[in-house]
Design a protein around this ligand. Structure first.
Ligand SMILES: Cc1cc2nc3c(=O)[nH]c(=O)nc-3n(C[C@H](O)[C@H](O)[C@H](O)COP(=O)(O)OP(=O)(O)OC[C@H]3O[C@@H](n4cnc5c(N)ncnc54)[C@H](O)[C@@H]3O)c2cc1C
Length: 468
């Protein structure tokens, strides 16, 4: 039997294709300036876990690369084939919310479940998932599994995964955490043995195919205040940012470069953005009743002494920005600016906020971008010492313009080296273009990482080329 016939036997003939027109739809994403487009040989759409297992076993026998694909929204080339004869394993058909447990504040979901679906269902119980600053169409499983979610809330923290189920390249199914002892109670990250969930999290489809994941849910508070505080320079807000995070006073905290971050994001609103101060700090205070009032009073007093000014933004603009911060039912991401968006996302300490920005700005100007092309934001992400911050350095560019693409490649190389030299905690997600120079700097950790990868996937079939 040919490979096509074997795949047809597993998933049924209408769920597998080697048609070039269908393959082409999976061949590129917005990161094409860095990751060359390439067609997969087969697009396969399994409908059950057993079918996923059988496709993996076939691919393993035949040494064929497999690329798991959940909703394909990624913008970093992570599902683009690198090798010939690749199988694109589109698991979006597994799209059930298996359970929402209001009692345990958890949801157990399949990879085709989008954030939009989850937000819609959980709000019935006054709950919400941790929300990424992403389109509502992304897979909640993949988004979390790739590396926690980092964006919205220092109150939620970073770790939202309790347990998951993954099918390995040899066809075995592995469960993590308390699922090992009782599938009825999939609510605890730590099970009877070593905690291996963390080891698997963050692999871009390189360990196996995640088929189920149990996530934490969080309360929706009725009492909530959002402050937009304007600053004319980048250093003045540091004291406010440090205090509200260290003292665990805010649920959301974002620093944005107003002139360049807001218009491309929210560009459909007719607004004199140039009248705003250069930087805005957005703070979300929420809690119960009197706790909220006390917390809010402290935050207010810190804002008053911060050197910043509370802005009275038009409600439409403020509401949309709030959606980005808190994950409401709409996502306002527009990117209506020059057509293409580049960003490098990473974790670093809050104290480097101005250095990261100033270096990026200087590098971008030196390679030929203008100040209007640059944007920047920082989100604090976890309480603890108040320093853990997610950063994005961004460029809006026209990808049909060869010169801009060349400039972007030069800027990317400089930025990655600069960040590694300055000091970061790590990349948001490992992907082509950031992982290579990083592996060179992490010594024997890289060797152990490769050895672990070989242990799980000795034939190297799982999304090869994305890490090693
Ligand atoms: C404009 C824009 C802005 C965004 N901003 C943010 C943001 O601020 N914060 C944020 O968290 N996200 C953000 N995202 C979303 C983020 O890029 C995607 O959630 C993420 O890349 C995963 O995409 P996906 O869910 O569609 O998964 P896919 O694109 O399907 O897959 C992504 C990777 O996961 C692997 N994979 C897919 N399914 C599985 C599976 N079942 N098991 C194992 N591996 C699998 C793939 O092989 C691939 O390597 C943004 C996306 C866009 C388009």
């Amino acid at each position: 039997m040919t490979i096509l016939e074997q795949l047809q036997k597993i998933v049924g003939s209408k769920n597998v294709s080697d048609d070039k027109a269908i393959a082409a739809a999976y061949s590129r994403d917005q990161h094409w300036s860095f990751v060359e487009p390439k067609n997969p040989a087969y697009v396969v759409r399994p409908g059950t876990k057993e079918e996923i297992r059988d496709v993996l076993m076939l691919a393993n026998r035949e040494n064929m690369p497999v690329i798991p694909w959940s909703t394909g929204i990624n913008i970093r080339g992570m599902t683009i084939p690198v090798k010939d004869q690749s199988i694109m394993l589109d698991v979006s058909g597994l799209n059930q919310i298996i359970e929402i447990s209001p009692e345990m504040m958890t949801a157990t979901i399949e990879p085709g479940v989008t954030f939009g679906m989850l937000v819609e269902q959980t709000k019935k119980y006054g709950l919400r998932p941790a929300f990424p600053d992403a389109p509502l169409t992304v897979s909640a499983v993949t988004n979390n599994y790739l590396r926690g979610i980092y964006q919205t809330s220092p109150r939620d923290g970073l770790d939202h995964i309790l347990s998951f189920e993954i099918i390995l390249p040899n066809g075995e199914t592995l469960s993590t955490g308390s699922r090992l002892l009782s599938k009825e109670l999939p609510y605890f990250r730590y099970g009877p043995g070593p905690e291996i969930a963390s080891l698997f999290i963050g692999g871009p489809g390189t360990w196996g195919v995640v088929t189920e994941l149990t996530l934490k849910l969080y309360r929706i508070f009725k009492h909530q205040e959002v402050y937009y505080v304007g600053f004319e320079d980048i250093d003045t807000p540091m004291e406010l940012l440090t205090k509200v995070n260290r003292e665990e006073l805010v649920s959301g905290c974002r620093f944005v470069d107003t002139a360049h971050w807001l218009p491309p994001y929210l560009g459909t609103f007719d607004y004199a953005y140039e009248s705003l101060p250069e930087f805005v700090v957005v703070l979300v205070v929420e809690n119960q009743d009197k706790v909220f009032q006390a917390q809010d009073a402290i935050v207010r007093s810190y804002i008053d002494k911060s050197g910043g000014k509370i802005l009275d933004l038009p409600s439409k603009l403020a509401d949309n920005l709030k959606c980005e911060m808190l994950g409401a039912e709409t996502s306002s991401m527009i990117f209506g600016f020059k057509g293409n968006f580049y960003c490098v996302g990473y974790y670093g300490p809050l104290k480097f906020l101005s250095k990261y920005y100033n270096d990026f700005k200087q590098n971008a100007l030196e390679v030929g971008f203008s100040i209007e092309d640059i944007s920047y934001y920082a989100n604090t992400i976890a309480r603890f010492h108040g320093q853990s911050t997610y950063y994005e350095l961004e460029i809006y560019f026209d990808s049909s313009d060869k010169k801009s693409v060349e400039m972007l490649r030069a800027l990317h190389a400089r930025t990655v080296e600069n960040l590694l030299d300055t000091g970061i905690y790590g990349w948001f997600r490992p992907y082509a273009g950031v992982i290579e120079p990083t592996l060179e700097r992490i010594g024997n950790f890289a060797d152990y990482w490769k050895k672990l990868q070989q242990l799980i996937d000795p034939n190297g079939i799982m999304n090869p080329g994305k890490l090693f």
